[in-house]
Design a protein around this ligand. Sequence first.
Ligand SMILES: O=c1[nH]cnc2c(CCNCC3CCCCC3)c3[nH]c(NCc4cccs4)nc3cc12
Ligand SMILES: [Zn+2]
Length: 374
Amino acid sequence: MKPAITYELIKECPHTHARAGRIHTPHGTFDTPIFMPVGTQATVKTMAPEELKAMGAGIILSNTYHLFLRPGAALVKEAGGLHKFMNWDRAILTDSGGFQVFSLGDLRKITEEGVTFRSHIDGSKKFLSPEIATKTQMDLGADIIMAFDECVPYPADFKYTHESMELTLRWAQRCKDTMTSPNQGLFGIVQGGMYKDLRIECANRLVDMDFPGYAVGGLSVGEPKELMYDMLDITLEHLPKNKARYLMGVGTPDCLAEGVMRGIDMFDCVYPTRVARNGTAMTWNGRLVMKNAQYEHDFRPIDENCDCYACRNYSRAYIRHLVRVNEIFGLHLLTIHNLHFLINFMKKMREAILNDSFPEFYHRFTANFSFNAK
Ligand SMILES: O=c1[nH]cnc2c(CCNCC3CCCCC3)c3[nH]c(NCc4cccs4)nc3cc12
Ligand SMILES: [Zn+2]
């Protein structure tokens, strides 16, 4: 039987691991490398699906933790699934909910069975397990379902990291055993912290379980970037090239370029939408904090070379005004620009790979890249 999610390699960049590809899903095909806008509560904040399509978004993320709590997967299922509920007919990836639960800190208790935690909404006791997380994502109707894993915090000692990795592998098998729908694909998530031999072992044992795609987890959790890149190198060496690779929680443009260079196909991060809501615009020459007085009489667009709706129709002065008086339209315009910026950045890297100029693109970008991404 044909798997629901398949990766098609289009072109590899010689002398690097960068690659251009396509991912086929029951809700359409999208080009890779790709940045996936984050839609935590069944919406990419302030964005209409038509706007996301217009800027070329082929897949969006939604968040099982939040939907599990509100409105509950049963309601979404009753509505016909997430695609129908949020009127999005392209691909959707949901995370397992594990990451949010683990970041709740003391409000949660981990056992072999799963994780007990208190809802951040009303403090009521909740329980998530590999089976519940997988069934919830199946009910939500996501095309790509993420395994229920433990993202090991940074730093963590070898013993904790090893035991956690073994738990994540047992949980991955339980998720796989729960998958019954032929139209949804389950991605395994590689853990192993910052220990090379654990990363290699985890990747190999997940590949033995044969998933349609693999995520690199446990990174971008506060470790130095060089360490992240080292762990990325060693993990990707042990993942098959004919499957999609997803680097979770990354990231800023410099990390996206480094990830593409190493052979990552899919990225997600809350960054562009979150900084937009903080009134900040992302540009090639750094971030513009729109509230700054320097933009009061600045009637240029955010970025003169950007062809997004915001830059084609509005000035920095206007957006600064909207942000200062807390007009929601201001956040909407900044979200449009920041998402367009990142989606466009991925498109440019893909084109560079296809026309054999990715190394030059990478060096030019890395040399000029100025915005001090945190
Ligand atoms: O091992 C992991 N397993 C599972 N998820 C991870 C995530 C969440 C990815 N974004 C989910 C989205 C689903 C839809 C809603 C929004 C999130 C990570 N995010 C980061 N760094 C960025 C970080 C963000 C916050 C603290 S670190 N590292 C991550 C590592 C893992
Ligand atoms: Zn723009």
